[in-house]
Design a protein around this ligand. Structure first.
Ligand code: CS2
Length: 517
């Protein structure tokens, strides 16, 4: 029999596929916590990618009988993978020694939001639903990180506001809340699980921006302040800190899962043993007992979030750019290189940790060591290119704020600046030091290209002599650098690091910096 090619390029008619009916064939130890049929949908999740399936859905699985409806945002692919499996999927927890699979039954429905926006709003309006959670990545919010306001001029936001069935995340979320307000449904809690500072309050502001802009453009509707007032009174937006490394699933992962399960699962997700979820204890209505699975409910998330964004994500980005330039495909490969691991360690202890106040249950030294161990997990094939993606959206919180704080304290944050210079070097030619492609994947890629071209930069080859022009061109992007671009110390430091990178390559530059320490 000839096979058809499935979404991951694996043969799609080779043997039974994971499903409710087939669960009895799955080894007992790998089956869901409870019969998935007992779960009721009380959560709508926007953005059901690998991270959600490895993190929040796992907590829901472990903490009772709540179920969720997952919404795919950008493409129907995940919905197409999950639907034929009754929304079941395997979470494969992996480190260098062990691989333990577990079928998760907490996701009970899946919707493609791009294809059916009205269904998303209707699902959010269901009175049984009391949680709407989100993992749509930094760029999914279409906002200006400097002002934390929605970009009303963004084409997609403008199209939603003009009245088409909403396709943006904020448009869909606000439409869902409006539908709830209209039917008088009970209060609801919006749980943002993306790596943004003050993520809950930020999303609250974006929803209110949208609701106000909508009222201004559609004056015949409800009283202009009606929806914002309802949101103010009935919707909670707790801040959260989320942490679990979940790379994009590969064909090899799917083959491993099929071997362990005895069934094919095209929606499987691979993750690490470590997981952490810190949630501000401020809900507007019922919630799952996520603490049963280890979630920490605290009065103030900020100290946790700052440690995680700066230490883990900041260092992840630094390793991704330097590692990518040095020719490493995977993060684990990059930190197996003593030079890059030494640099990452020094970055955390010398530049990042001094800007942080650890929460009482965290030790920054141990945290740094743990971050490096986690990055070194060779069973996770997390590509440098995946972490390097969307730098314009990530770097401001991950590294820029660290640099600004250190400069304000009179210090010279050379290690954190090297990470920024490595990003510039990546954007400059989109090639690694050995000339292999290291392409930029970023919503602002056109802006980078235009600025470099305007400055007359040769985008084909690197030379230390061009470093000043490249740095000058990119420093003008205020969404990335903000006020940091005004700092003469930073401009000089980043230009110096960029010219070293151009002259010596990433590895030798990092080695020199270590030698100077
Ligand atoms: C990573 C994060 O891809 C990236 O930008 O830094 O996805 C990281 O793996 C998670 O935040 C870990 O919790």
């Amino acid at each position: 029999m000839t096979g058809t090619t499935g979404p991951f390029g694996i043969n799609d008619d080779g043997g039974p596929r994971l499903s409710l009916a087939g669960l009895t064939r799955v080894p007992a130890a790998y089956r869901p916590a409870i019969d998935p049929r007992q779960r009721r949908v009380r959560i709508v999740h926007l953005g059901i990618g690998a991270f959600h399936r490895a993190h929040q859905a796992y907590y829901t699985e472990e903490s009772g009988d709540w179920g969720s409806c997952g919404v795919t945002q950008r493409s129907p692919r995940v919905a197409q993978q999950l639907a034929p499996q009754d929304c079941l999927y395997t979470l494969l927890v992996r480190d260098s020694e062990d691989a333990s699979p577990r079928v998760i039954g907490a996701v009970r429905e899946v919707l493609y939001g791009g294809g059916d926006p009205a269904a998303v709003a209707a699902r959010i309006a269901d009175p049984e639903v009391s949680i709407v959670s989100l993992t749509v990545s930094e760029k999914g919010y279409r906002y200006d990180p400097a002002t934390r306001r929605l970009r009303l001029t963004d084409q997609e936001i403008a199209a939603d506001l003009a009245g088409r069935p909403p396709r943006t995340v904020i448009g869909q979320l606000t439409a869902g809340l409006a539908a709830r307000a209209a039917t008088g449904a009970a209060p609801v809690t919006v749980v943002c699980c993306d790596n943004l500072p003050a993520n809950g309050p930020t999303v609250r502001g974006l929803v209110l921006d949208y609701a106000h802009a909508w009222a201004a453009r559609h004056p015949g509707g409800a009283r202009p302040g009606a929806l914002p007032d309802w949101i103010g009174a009935q919707v909670a937006f707790p801040a959260t800190m989320v942490d679990r490394i979940a790379p994009a699933t590969t064909d090899a992962d799917l083959a491993d899962v099929a071997a362990l399960l005895g069934m094919r699962d095209l929606a499987a997700v691979v993750t690490e043993p470590f997981t952490q979820w810190v949630i501000e204890d401020s809900f507007a209505g019922p919630r799952p007992a996520w603490e049963r699975a280890g979630a920490q409910l605290v009065p103030d998330v900020e100290p946790y979030e700052k440690v995680k964004l700066r230490m883990l994500n900041g260092t992840h980005s630094a390793v991704a750019y330097l590692g990518g330039l040095a020719g490493y495909e995977f993060i684990a490969g990059a930190v197996a290189d003593d030079v890059l691991a030494g640099y990452a360690q020094l970055l955390m202890t010398a530049d990042i940790a001094p800007t942080l106040t650890a929460p009482p249950d965290m030790d920054l030294g141990e945290y740094a060591a743990q971050v490096l161990r986690r990055f070194g997990n060779t069973a996770l094939r997390y590509r440098c290119a995946q972490v390097a993606m969307d730098g314009s959206q990530k770097l401001p919180y991950r590294l820029r704020d660290t640099i600004a704080d250190r400069l304000a304290a009179g210090a010279t944050p050379v290690r954190a600046t090297l990470a920024f210079a490595a990003w510039m070097r990546h954007v400059w030619t989109q090639r690694a030091d050995d000339g292999r492609p290291f392409p930029v994947d970023d919503p602002m890629a056109d802006v980078f290209r235009a600025r470099l071209a305007e400055a007359g930069v040769d985008g084909e080859s690197v030379s230390a002599g061009q470093a000043g022009r490249v740095a000058g061109a990119l420093l003008g992007i205020s969404a990335v650098f903000g006020e940091l671009a005004e700092s003469a110390v930073f401009r000089e430091l980043v230009t110096e690091q960029l010219s070293r990178l151009a002259r010596d390559g990433a590895r030798r530059t990092a080695a020199a910096l270590l030698a100077e320490a």
